[in-house]
Design a binder for this molecule. Structure first.
Ligand code: CA
Ligand code: CA
Ligand code: CA
Ligand code: CA
Length: 256
């Protein structure tokens, strides 16, 4: 019997047992799929305002960050110096989201300079392609618009998402969710670019980034000790072993 299972639900039901991959391979992989890149911790470092983010997530997520035209994005801290956006009340706050947006203490911005109406686009590059990604963009207000482009290996745009001020769940200090799930792993990079024509200053706020997602889990076994094959969105196969009897049912696999 075959079924599709939500990875999150499955992870609560099973104990992952690596049968055809080394443990060293699984450890970063399970971490990558279980939690987003939220910049509250940095692999190999400590988060701080202005910290350059480039290849810190290459080993764990298979991604690298850069700015189009050269250089790298930097971390912004909530509060403190204003380097990314003006939040509530009424655009007077310093890099502060509306309470409850799940941003924590740190997020990613562009060049860390809040001035002018343009900023260099953020590029996320993948070492192996993904089919899906999701995250949030902060403080889309005034007449700002963000364009998110999923691109192939040659930079051709495969899919575009546009987030514009005035859309549902946008506004001063709001974290606006975005996601794509193409069903085929053909995305080698994602480009984030924002525009604004209203007087003021433009800056990027980027957080809670799921770089990849499970697309399909094929379950062959139902009984304790049975083995299932898990196909991850990057094309990697994992074999898992049931730790208990799983009732037969079908669930759609959602983006993590
Ligand atoms: Ca964060
Ligand atoms: Ca700050
Ligand atoms: Ca804004
Ligand atoms: Ca604002």
């Amino acid at each position: 019997m075959r079924a599709l299972f939500s990875f999150k639900k499955r992870i609560a039901l099973i104990v992952l047992t690596v049968l055809n991959l080394g443990l060293a391979t699984l450890a970063p992989m399970s971490q990558a799929y279980a939690v987003p890149v939220d910049f509250e911790t940095i692999p190999g470092g400590t988060p701080s305002e202005g910290l350059s983010i480039n290849t810190q997530y290459l080993a764990t997520e298979g991604i690298a960050f850069s700015l189009e035209g050269g250089g790298f994005p930097v971390l912004a801290d909530v509060g403190g110096n204003q380097t990314a956006f003006a939040g509530p009340p009424n655009h007077t706050g310093s890099d502060n989201p509306v309470p409850g947006q799940g941003i924590g203490a740190f997020f990613l911005t562009d060049d860390g300079v809040l001035s002018g109406l343009v900023s260099p686009p953020l590029i996320v590059s993948y070492n192996t392609p993904t089919s899906a990604a999701s995250g949030v963009i902060l403080d889309i207000d005034f007449n700002e618009a963000f364009t998110i482009e999923a691109r192939d290996a040659t930079g051709i745009v495969l899919q575009t998402i546009t987030l514009a001020a005035g859309d549902p769940n946008t506004g001063d200090g709001i974290a606006t969710s975005w996601s794509f799930d193409r069903g085929v792993s053909d995305v080698f990079s994602i480009r984030f670019v924002g525009t604004r024509t209203a007087p003021g200053a433009f800056g990027l706020g980027f957080d809670n980034f799921y770089a990849r997602s499970v697309t399909t889990i094929t379950c062959r076994g139902r009984g304790k000790g049975d083995q299932d094959s898990v196909l991850l969105s990057n094309g990697t196969h994992l074999t898992i072993q049931e730790s208990e009897v799983i009732p037969a049912r079908t669930l759609r696999s959602g983006g993590l």
